[in-house]
Each structure stands twice: as C-alpha cells, then as structure tokens.
Ligand binder design. Structure first.
Ligand code: PEP
Ligand code: MG
Length: 589
C-alpha cells in the first residue's frame, strides 16, 4: 500500500486514525458550453427551477441545523437565502444565458469567477473567506440543475474522517454538527474559515490547506489526521501507526493535564492572585473557554456578529448574543468590546469606502462615532443584556480624551431612552477603553481618571508604536514585545491604572506566551486575556514564580538595550530559580 505524508495547516488540535469519506465536489469549469438561441427559454426555466429547489433546500437545511446545534450556526443560511434572492445574481445569470447563449452551468461558472475576483481584492482574510458563502449558494444551484439530485442532506459520517475539497460553510454546519465525525481534512481553507472555527468549537481535529488530498485518497483509505501539527498521513504502515498511537497517548495525557490545570487556583508561588480570561469571537466558544479555566471573557470581539451575516444585525440579534454571553459566563465577567470595524474589515452590508491606509483609518470607535445609529443599537443591546451585572463595555482604538466624552454623552442618552421605555439595566456598568494607540498610552495617567478600566491591546499598540504592520511577514522580525521600549510603555500604562486604582488587563497575543506573561506579572499586571487554549500553559508558568522576584528582575531588565538582552537576562535569572515555569510540556497547540 502506498503511504503518503501531507502537510497542511492544523486548525483544530487532536490526532485521529480512521477511514475516509470523500465529499463530492462541484467543479466550476472555465470551458464555455453554448446553446442554440431557440433553447434559451428552456434554459431559463431550468435555472428558475434550480433556484426554487435551492431555496427549499436551504430552508430545510437551516431548520435541521437550528434544531441540532442552535440558532447561531443557522444564521449562515439566512445569509445564503439573501444571496440567493439578490436580484443582481439572478439577473446576471439570466443575462449570460440570454445574451451569450451559454448553458446555465457555464453562466454559474462565470458568475462564480466574477465573485472570486471581487473578493480576492479584499485584504481582510476573514471577509475574503465569506466568498465561500457565494460559492456555497452557486454550488447548490449547480447541483439542483439536475432535477433528480434530491435534497443534499448529509449521509451518516459517524466514525469517519471527512475529506473534501472545500467544505461549504452550510455543509460544515450541517455535517459536523450531527456529531460523530472523527476528523476533517480539506484541500482548501485557512485558520479563520468557518469550518475551522466550527471544528475548534466542536473539538474535531482538522487540517486544512492540503492542496490535493481529495485527489490522493480513495474511499476506503485509512488516514491519520494530526490537527495539532497540521499533518495528514494516507494509509500509514504498521510502524507509523505505532508512532501514531504513542503520539495520541501523549496528546491525551496532555489534554487531561490541561483540564487538570484548569481546576487549579490562579495564584503565584508567593500567593498573589492573578486572573486568566478568554478572548472569544463567537458565543459557542464559551463552554470551551470555561473548560480551559477561563475566569471570565476578557475580550468579546463583537464585530464577528457582523462578519457572520450579510445583513445588518438588529438590536434583538445583538441582545440575544450578549444575553447568552452574560448568562453562560455568569458570575464571571464579560468584557464586550464595541465593534472594531472599518478600514480593512470592510463589510458588504455597510458599503464602507476603501481607504488608502486602513490601519490608520476610520476603524473601531472612529467608525462607531461616525455611524451613531449602529453604535446606539449596540449600546442599547449591551445595556439591556446587563441585568445580571457581569457585563463591562470596552471601547476600542481610543486616541484622545474627546472620544471618551462623546461616548459618555451617547451612553447617557441611551440610558435615559431605555429608562423611559421601562427597560432594566445595570446603571453602574463599567465602561473602559482599549489602550492600543500609542497616544492613548502616553496619556494613560489622565485617561485612568476618566474610565473604569483599561484593556491593553498589544497587537495594535506595538504595531503602531514600533511601526510594524501586524500582518506583514517581512517586518514581523521587528515585532518584539521584549523591546525595552515596549516594556517601558507597558510599565507606564499598567502603573497609571494601578495608581488610579482601576482594573487593567491585557488581551493581545502577548498574554498567551508564558515568558511574556511572567514579564507582565513583573510589571504589575494581574489579568491576562487570551485564546483559551493557551490559558493552562500560562497559568502553569505564573503559578511557578514569585511576584517579588519577578518584579525585581523585570525592573532591572528595563535598563537593558535590546529585546535579546532582555530575554537572555530574564531567562537566566528565572530559569534556575523557577525551572517549572519553563517546563511547557506537551504539544504546542
Ligand atoms: C489588540 O489589538 O491587541 C487586540 C486584542 O485587538 P484585535 O486583535 O482585535 O485588534
Ligand atoms: Mg486591536
């Protein structure tokens, strides 16, 4: 038997051996097929019937998914119905059939290509992946051109590994939510694709970006899917299977260990309490986050509410999501960040103008203050969901004091409005700001007097402070959180909050790195918010050190000249004294 190893991107950890199920694939062919003019009407009828069948199919699948996994995964089908009903889509298809005399299949291919080019021009990865929604709808129409195709509900995938070219978002929702799928391996996809997000929240090991796995596997092939390392092995020989068994056992122990760590107290060796929290994008990540030991949601990126659908969310949509968050996380706190939209995160439903320099453009609070109606809706919904008093509101990208003033005025108006309408809410709901613009960092001593808490967003803060585009791999070598300049700035921000007696947490990626978290502890930080899968290792590291020593070492390091010197100095000083803090066993997930 042939044995092949393929490298991809591991988007959901775990390691599994099992049998393949290959999902069929509709290929949009660039070859044009023509029809004689007298068949145009017949072809238009064929298209119309396929659109009607597609509508019925999506409605049915939506209902199934809603009853199996809940409302939030069925939203995607509303988006699909809207795409299907979009008159420009059907008009485009009809025009191609009528004017160019092509078969419906060719018209679908051409429209598909048109949308692909359109989406490819958008820089934001997440938005670009929404192209999958359009592909999803066009694929369904394509399939339904064959009147006998039957409604595409899924076959039994229990105990199998699903291999597909690119799982359409609706298929991912339908097939994975039925339960029992062992693992997923795809030719296409990236870490922010819908299938990746879903697989992570359902805990299904998944590798994407394998290029041509669908061409290399056959129906009854055996597969090892290693979602931790991003590897897939086709028909592994006995020796490799043994190796796999060992790795699987190690992974299970590691997982067990993680869950165990989750139950430990969050205190340092010298008894100082710290607080690990989770950064999440979707409410369905909550249980996952809590199982890793999150003691709250330190950052809920609310823009994902917009990114998940193609229409504008209503106040009720917002309210339902925030209420669920507050309820499921209670009594722990939830920090809801108002939308960080604009610039690169342009949304089709908002017609945002392209900007020459989106990172420095109309994003986050700048966008919200320009689009007050949207902002008002969001604030109303957050307030209405705050009755359990565990919600806090975080305002992103604050640059100057005036912005806080404007937010406060609007906030008061919304509160008065709600009171007049008879709604209950938390009238002392804490209002805080992200510190992620260097100007805000520089006046953090003054800002601390105006707000209830700080949340330091080092992803943006360091990008702007060091002039290093956070998504440009060519300059990423300059992105150094241990640069003495970064440490001095962070010390000032944390100190500003502590001196004023307000809460301060940090929710950039930096908080997820054990060594960096130790350094932050030394700078006075006690709340760390991160992707939940990193909580156990950070917790382990912080539990293994003493604040009094770390503080002294880190403060000495502030006088060193470079990130490298800082790293060497801190590691050397702490490694011998606290070896456990540096023992991050297990696979790096
Ligand atoms: C940050 O900038 O550090 C942050 C947490 O926000 P985001 O990554 O969503 O920009
Ligand atoms: Mg940010």
């Amino acid at each position: 038997m042939d044995y092949i190893r393929l490298r991809g991107i591991g988007v959901s950890p775990g390691i599994i051996l099992g049998e393949v199920v290959l999902a069929d694939r509709v290929i949009f062919s660039p070859r044009k097929e023509y029809i004689p003019p007298y068949r145009v009407n017949e072809e238009l009828e064929r298209l119309k019937a396929a659109v009607v069948r597609t509508h019925e199919e999506i409605t049915l699948v939506k209902e199934q998914v809603r009853s199996m996994v809940g409302e939030e995964h069925s939203f995607i089908f509303d988006a699909h119905l809207l795409i299907l009903k979009d008159p420009s889509l059907t008009a485009g298809l009809e025009r191609l059939i009528r004017e160019e005399n092509v078969r419906t299949e060719s018209a679908l291919s051409e429209i598909h290509e048109h949308y692909q080019n359109l989406f490819a021009a958008i820089a934001d990865d997440y938005i670009r992946q929404r192209q999958a929604d359009v592909t999803d709808v066009l694929t369904r129409i394509h399939r339904n051109l064959d009147a006998s195709a039957g409604i595409a509900v899924s076959e039994d995938l229990r105990g199998k590994i699903l291999v597909a070219h690119d799982l359409l978002p609706s298929e991912a929702a339908l097939r994975l939510s039925q339960g029992g799928v062992l693992a997923v391996a795809l030719d296409m996809g990236g870490p922010t694709s819908h299938v990746a997000i879903l697989a992570r929240s359902l805990d299904i090991p998944t590798v994407v970006g394998l290029h041509d796995i669908t061409r290399r596997v056959g129906v009854h092939d055996q597969l090892i899917v290693d979602g931790t390392d991003g590897e897939v092995i086709i028909n592994p020989p006995l020796m490799v299977r043994k190796e796999f068994q060992g790795k699987k056992v190690k992974y299970e122990i590691y997982r067990h260990d993680l869950r165990r760590v989750a139950t430990w107290a969050s205190v340092t060796l010298d008894g100082v309490r710290f607080m690990p929290m989770a950064n999440i994008e979707l409410p369905e990540e909550i249980s996952h986050a809590l199982s890793y030991g999150a003691e709250g949601v330190g950052l809920f990126r609310s823009e994902y509410i917009y990114l998940q659908r193609s229409t504008l969310p209503t106040e009720e949509d917002h309210f339902n999501i925030y209420s669920r968050l507050a309820r499921e996380v209670y009594p722990r706190p939830v920090y809801i960040r108002t939308i960080d939209i604009g610039g690169e995160k342009a949304l089709p439903q908002l017609q945002i103008e392209a900007e020459p320099n989106p990172a420095l453009g109309l994003r986050a609070i700048r966008f919200s203050l320009r689009n007050r109606e949207l902002f008002r809706i969001q604030l109303r919904a957050i307030l209405r969901a705050s009755v359990q008093r565990n919600i806090r509101i975080t305002i992103p990208m604050i640059t100057e004091m005036e912005e806080i003033g404007e937010v406060r005025v609007l906030f008061r108006e919304v509160q008065e409005e709600l009171t007049a309408e008879g709604y209950a809410f938390d009238s002392s709901i804490p209002l805080g700001v992200m510190i992620e613009v260097p100007a805000a960092a520089a006046i953090s001593d003054l800002l601390a007097k105006e707000v209830d808490f700080f949340s330091i967003g080092t992803n943006d803060l360091l990008q702007y402070y060091m002039a290093v585009d956070r998504s440009n791999e060519f300059v990423s070598y300059l992105y150094k959180p241990l640069h003495p300049a970064a440490l001095r700035l962070l010390k000032f921000i944390i100190g500003s909050a502590v001196r004023q007696g307000i809460e301060v947490s940090l929710c950039g990626e930096m908080a997820a790195d054990p060594l960096l978290a130790i350094v932050l502890l030394g700078l006075g930080l006690r709340s760390f918010s991160m992707n939940p899968i990193f909580i156990p290792r950070v917790k382990k590291a912080l539990r293994a050190v003493e604040v009094r020593t770390v503080r002294r070492v880190v403060h000495q390091a502030l006088n060193l000249r470079s990130a490298q010197e800082v790293e060497e100095f801190i590691t050397e000083k702490l490694l011998v004294k606290y070896p456990d803090a540096f023992l991050m066993s297990g696979p790096s997930v």
